[in-house]
Each structure stands twice: as structure tokens, then as C-alpha cells.
Ligand binder design. Structure first.
Ligand code: GSH
Length: 321
């Protein structure tokens, strides 16, 4: 793994992510431009990124939950043919996210061997961590964004006139409710599992892990009354919850010690997760074996031998309407 300073890649772990009390914090994303329908600037960054078919490219790793939410929106909004894709190998090395020369984990756009090569192609020198997902503009040769939350929102709003799909994942009347779920779910669940898994003290781990289950219990109760988080229709809030649920039993339960319950133990959350899994296009974004390869990769602190567990068996096949 490494980082970049003024466009130059360095191997190592410069950006400290551990706070003095053992709590782990996620580095912030820096490139925050937006694709909009007419190329006008979005809420942050510069303008000039108009929605056009085949203009944009997404760099992801199947195991990254942040990339997953961008991939889910791309699929659900019918943009898979319009926004092309490069998928990195599930395991990072000292070059960070890497690509093979050919095959399923290669980069068809640049033939890059690592994501830092992609970051260095933008004429503005980058400083920071080299994260996926990355949204790239093939027309201007610029990086549009490396913040998945923004990608979810721009994929929903910018391509409306180009996509046959009319679903609005962030309808005006539900925005307040969606934002509230997003806040809670990001803090205590999406990032909560990482805060548990990467904590370096007992206290920090327990605090984070307990919060994960407090929120999952609350969501489970809510889903007893509601088909999706904000009513009868799927919204952005569900899209942001799903990647954590998909990884929960095969990865977080063991690798991150979030083990008070499994997703399968929840009477409403589990059928809800399968309901989303069976929506058109979603299954193709889910890769359980790759989650295991990623989360159980050899790591001095968490898994020194790099042995990947054979289970647990999780059967997602049953459809819940
Ligand atoms: N805020 C970013 C976070 C993305 C992120 O942290 N991705 C992880 C993989 S799951 C990564 O690429 N980490 C590499 C690193 O930190 O060096 C987003 O949501 O887009």
C-alpha cells in the first residue's frame, strides 16, 4: 500500500489512520467533481463533466464496499453499457490496488498495472491515499471523483435523459429521511464494521462493534413495518446499506469480529437483503468468494497466515418479493 504526494507515488503508510485512543478513522476523499446533465458544476468541484454515453469509466474492486455502492447504482440505473469498468485484483500489495496484464482483473482503458498510475494521469498532481472507486472522464483525461457517495448521487441524477430507467433513488420528498439513514448507517454500520475491525484497543473495538449491532437491531425492527428503509420503494439509503450486509456473514462477522449475530439471524434484515440481491443487475455486482479473499488476505495484525475460512455457507438464492 502507499500514498501519493504531488503526483508521486510512495510505498508505505504515511497517512495515519489511528487516533490516540485506538480508534480508527477513514481518510477523506479529495476529488469531488460531479457529472451533471449539462456539464454545469455540481455541489462541489469544477464543471465541464456533462453526462454522455460512453464518456466515463469506473475503476473498482469487487470487494470494496464503497465501490460496490457506485456499482449498484450504475446497475440499477441501467448505466452498465454507458459507463465502462476496470476491476482491480482483490488483494492489494505495496503498489496498492493492482491489475493483471489481461483477464478479469485487467484495466482495459489504460492497461495500468496499479491504481496509482491512473491517479497520476490527471494533469492536476494528486496528494492522498489511492482509493477505489475512481470515476474517470475519457474525453478530458481528468479524474471526476474518488468519492463513492457522490457517484451514487450523480449516477442517479445526471443520466436521466439518457437512461431508460426512471427510478429516482433520491426523491425530493424523501431526502430528509434518506439523509438521516445515510448518516446513521455510514457512521455505525458501513464504517462501523471497519472501526471494529481496525480498532487497536479493546475499548475502541467494543464501542464500534456494539454500535454496529444497535443500528442493525434498530433497522431490523423498522423493516418489520416497512419494505425498504424509506417506504415501499428502494432508495439511496438501501443502496448504501446493502454492501455491508452482503459482506456481513462471510467477512465482517469473522474477520472484523462483528459477531454478536449474523445477518441470517435477523428476521427482517435477512429477507430484505435478499430482496435487494434479486433486483435486476444486483447479483452481478456481488462476489462472495472475492470478499473472503480480500478480507482474509494475509495481514500482520489481523490474519498473519492469510488462511481463508471455508465457510460459512450462506444461501442467498431464496427470493423475497
Ligand atoms: N471515501 C471513499 C473511500 C474509499 C475507500 O476507502 N476505499 C478503500 C477500499 S475499500 C481503498 O481504496 N483504500 C486504499 C487506501 O486507503 O490506501 C469512497 O467512499 O469513495
Amino acid at each position: 500500500m502507499g500514498y501519493m504526494v504531488n503526483g508521486v507515488y510512495h510505498v508505505g503508510d504515511d497517512v495515519t489512520q489511528t487516533l490516540p485512543d485506538g480508534e480508527w478513522q477513514r481518510a477523506r476523499s479529495d476529488v469531488r467533481n460531479w457529472i451533471t446533465d449539462d456539464g454545469a458544476p455540481g455541489p462541489t468541484g469544477e464543471g465541464g463533466f456533462a453526462a454522455e454515453p460512453h464518456r466515463y469509466h469506473l475503476f473498482v474492486a469487487w470487494n470494496c464496499p464503497w465501490a460496490h455502492r457506485a456499482l449498484l447504482t450504475r446497475a440499477l440505473k441501467g448505466l452498465t453499457d454507458m459507463i465502462s469498468l476496470s476491476v482491480a485484483r482483490p488483494n492489494r500489495d505495496e503498489q496498492g490496488w493492482i491489475f493483471d496484464a489481461s483477464g478479469e482483473f485487467s484495466d482495459p482503458l489504460f492497461g495500468a498495472s496499479a491504481i496509482h498510475e491512473v491517479y497520476s494521469k490527471d494533469h492536476v498532481p494528486y496528494t492522498g491515499r489511492l482509493t477505489v472507486p475512481v470515476l474517470w472522464d475519457k474525453k478530458t483525461g481528468r479524474m471526476v471523483s474518488n468519492e463513492s457517495a457522490d457517484m451514487v448521487r450523480m449516477f442517479n441524477s445526471a443520466f436521466v435523459s439518457l437512461s431508460p430507467d426512471t427510478t429516482n433513488l433520491y426523491p425530493k420528498k424523501l431526502q430528509h429521511q434518506i439523509d438521516e439513514w445515510n448518516d446513521l448507517i455510514y457512521r455505525t454500520v458501513n464504517n462501523g464494521v471497519y472501526r471494529a475491525g481496525f480498532a487497536s484497543t479493546q475499548q475502541a473495538y467494543e464501542k464500534a462493534a456494539i454500535e454496529v449491532f444497535e443500528t442493525l437491531d434498530r433497522i431490523d425492527a423498522h423493516l418489520g413495518q416497512s419494505r425498504y428503509l424509506c417506504g415501499d420503494d428502494l432508495t439511496e439509503a438501501d443502496i448504501r446499506l446493502f454492501p455491508t450486509l452482503a459482506r456481513f456473514d462471510v467477512a465482517y462477522h469473522y474477520a472484523f469480529r462483528c459477531n454478536l449475530k449474523k445477518l441470517q439471524d435477523y428476521s427482517n434484515l435477512w429477507p430484505y437483503a435478499r430482496r435487494i440481491y434479486h433486483l435486476p443487475g444486483v447479483r452481478e455486482t456481488v462476489h462472495f468468494d472475492i470478499y473472503k479473499q480480500g478480507y482474509f488476505s494475509k495481514n500482520e495484525k489481523r490474519n498473519p497466515l492469510g488462511i481463508i475460512p471455508i465457510g460459512p455457507p450462506v444461501d442467498w438464492s431464496e427470493t423475497d418479493r
